[in-house]
Design a protein. Structure first.
Length: 81
C-alpha cells in the first residue's frame, strides 16, 4: 500500500469513529433529561461532548474527543501531502 492509501484509510476510519461516537452521545443525551439536548447536539457537534461530560457519559465523551483529534491530525497530514 502506498502512503496515500494508508492515510486515506486512517482518515476514513477516524471519521467513521467520530460519527459513531457523535451518534451514540446524542442517543445517550436523548435518554436523559432534558431531552432537547439530543437534537441540538446533532446540529451543533461541539455541544455533544460538553453535555455528555456533564451528564457523566465519560467514555463516550473521551472517545468523541480522541476521534476528533485523530481526524483533525490526519486531515492536516493528508492536506500537507
Amino acid at each position: 500500500m502506498t502512503r496515500d492509501a494508508v492515510a486515506l484509510a486512517l482518515l476514513v476510519l477516524a471519521f467513521a469513529t467520530l460519527v459513531t461516537a457523535h451518534v451514540t452521545l446524542a442517543a445517550g443525551l436523548a435518554a436523559r433529561a432534558p431531552r432537547w439536548h439530543a437534537p441540538v447536539a446533532l446540529v451543533l457537534p461541539p455541544l455533544a461532548p460538553w453535555w455528555g461530560w456533564r451528564m457523566r457519559m465519560r467514555a463516550r465523551t473521551v472517545l468523541w474527543l480522541a476521534a476528533a483529534a485523530a481526524y483533525v491530525a490526519l486531515l492536516v497530514f493528508a492536506l500537507r501531502g
